[in-house]
Design a protein around this ligand. Structure first.
Ligand code: HEC
Ligand code: HEC
Ligand code: HEC
Ligand code: HEC
Ligand code: HEC
Ligand code: HEC
Ligand code: HEC
Length: 274
């Protein structure tokens, strides 16, 4: 990703947080004693958020985890989330505890599970910062993260390297993450649909959507992003791939009208039929 766009995204992220914190009481969390922490990223924007809270516990810093979770600490130096820096009261740094909550009780107890937040069990810890993502998972068609059947870490790396499994920029490996569960869409197919090379996310929103099957568009617009309408025919014709489709679109979508059911690839027809 070009550094400039990264910067812009960070700014918009900061704006969301600022807007929220001005409008809602979520930063105060309603919980007594929750610290407000200023975080900054790559030396720009400052903003505040409330990390997960654990009654009676205080922040002890990332180094305090090292004794018992040595490998995670070592890996974490390369993690996207390790680049966040925190300043403020009760915030030695925002490393591990930004997601796991203040660790003093956990450390004192020698690692009692009930004394630390595990975002693998509930995504709420992630939503303290990624408020907008929560909305997507509440849409009618979404990956089942809210009920705990899936976890953010099925697709994201919290502890190591890019936060996106597979590296984020490499489409092939991002698709591999998807097809590790969705084996049917993996192929190989006798007739590949080149669209999948652009990534599953050209047609599906990975978090959630108002459209069935988490599609980015509900109708033939999905396909027309790449398959432009040809010249030729009369004003009422809809030429795609050299053939008038005007009569077909009334039958349903390109994939439900009995024409191109094999949107991910086909073993029987180059026209993607099943
Ligand atoms: C004194 C040793 C020790 C220290 C220090 C320590 N932990 Fe742990 N931690 C453990 C043990 C032991 C477990 C339980 C492992 C198990 O039962 O599988 C554990 C489990 C966890 C879990 C999993 C909880 C769950 O629900 O399964 C998380 C998350 C965690 N630690 C985070 C941290 C963080 C963050 C720090 C630093 C603030 C930290 N730990 C410091 C010993 C420690
Ligand atoms: C971006 C949020 C985030 C940060 C920052 C983070 N973790 Fe985690 N941690 C998670 C998630 C998510 C899981 C659950 C992983 C899973 O279910 O596969 C987890 C699980 C754990 C566990 C349970 C064992 C395991 O691997 O599943 C331990 C221990 C742990 N983290 C320690 C740490 C330590 C130590 C640090 C800092 C060096 C840290 N974490 C930083 C999100 C985070
Ligand atoms: C302390 C606040 C905080 C917490 C908690 C947190 N994140 Fe982040 N995360 C950030 C910030 C800030 C960025 C960088 C800004 C950005 O690129 O959106 C980021 C970046 C990301 C990215 C990369 C976004 C991109 O643009 O490529 C992913 C994916 C992500 N976080 C997932 C998670 C997951 C999953 C969890 C919970 C396990 C989590 N985050 C917890 C603050 C947080
Ligand atoms: C099914 C896989 C999957 C799951 C589960 C998932 N994500 Fe993502 N997430 C992705 C993919 C893929 C992208 C990149 C989207 C793109 O490039 O268009 C992404 C992008 C992001 C981003 C950056 C862009 C944005 O929308 O803000 C954040 C932050 C993020 N995810 C957080 C989370 C959190 C938090 C969870 C858990 C509540 C989660 N994700 C669960 C696949 C997933
Ligand atoms: C850890 C396993 C896992 C991963 C990884 C995963 N998914 Fe899923 N996916 C699921 C589960 C579970 C469901 C819900 C199935 C259900 O409700 O019957 C689902 C549902 C879907 C659906 C909707 C299916 C329907 O019948 O409505 C689509 C589309 C989808 N996933 C695409 C993706 C894409 C794209 C990616 C990669 C960004 C991805 N998935 C990654 C497990 C996964
Ligand atoms: C060209 C657009 C496009 C691309 C690219 C794409 N899909 Fe789909 N996908 C669709 C459409 C359209 C449907 C709905 C098909 C239907 O209802 O029969 C669908 C349905 C699905 C379903 C639900 C299947 C079912 O039986 O209900 C899953 C899972 C899925 N896609 C996963 C993926 C994965 C994984 C990738 C990447 C390897 C991917 N898709 C790439 C368009 C696409
Ligand atoms: C990301 C771009 C993209 C999207 C979106 C896309 N396609 Fe494709 N499609 C391609 C490319 C590239 C080819 C191969 C070159 C060609 O034939 O135009 C192709 C080929 C095809 C073919 C085979 C054409 C032939 O007979 O040789 C069909 C049929 C097809 N696509 C249908 C669809 C349908 C239906 C959708 C919507 C669900 C869709 N495409 C969405 C890029 C895309």
């Amino acid at each position: 990703m070009d550094p400039n766009s990264k910067f812009k995204r960070w700014q918009s992220f900061a704006r969301v947080i600022k807007k929220r914190s001005g409008t809602f009481a979520w930063c105060a969390g309603g919980t007594a004693g929750v610290a407000l922490i200023a975080i900054s990223c790559v030396g720009v924007s400052h903003t505040i958020f409330a990390p997960p809270s654990i009654p009676g516990a205080t922040f002890v810093g990332t180094e305090s985890c090292e004794d018992c979770h040595e490998k995670i600490n070592r890996d974490f130096k390369t993690a996207d989330h390790a680049k966040l820096v925190a300043k403020g009261p009760n915030a030695p740094d925002i490393g591990c505890e930004g997601c796991h909550g203040p660790g003093s009780k956990h450390v004192e107890s020698g690692g009692a599970i009930a004394t630390i937040v595990n975002p693998g069990k509930s995504p709420e810890a992630c939503f303290t910062c990624h408020v907008d993502v929560k909305g997507s998972f509440n849409l009618p068609y979404s990956h089942p993260v809210m009920n705990g059947k899936m976890s953010c870490s099925d697709c994201h790396n919290p502890h190591k390297g890019s936060a996106h499994k597979g590296g984020g920029t490499q489409i092939a490996s991002m698709n591999d993450t998807c097809t590790s569960c969705h084996v049917q869409q993996k192929g190989p197919f006798a007739f590949e649909h080149e669209a999948t090379r652009e990534g599953c996310v050209t047609c599906h929103t990975p978090h959630g959507s108002t459209n069935q099957k988490m599609l980015t568009e509900r109708n033939h617009t999905l396909c027309m992003k790449c398959h432009f309408q040809d010249q030729g025919g009369s004003a009422s014709s809809l030429n795609v791939g050299g053939r008038n489709h005007a009569g077909y679109v009334a039958r349903g979508t390109c994939w439900t009208a009995g024409c191109h059911e094999g949107v991910h690839g086909s073993n029987v027809s180059s026209h993607l039929r099943n």
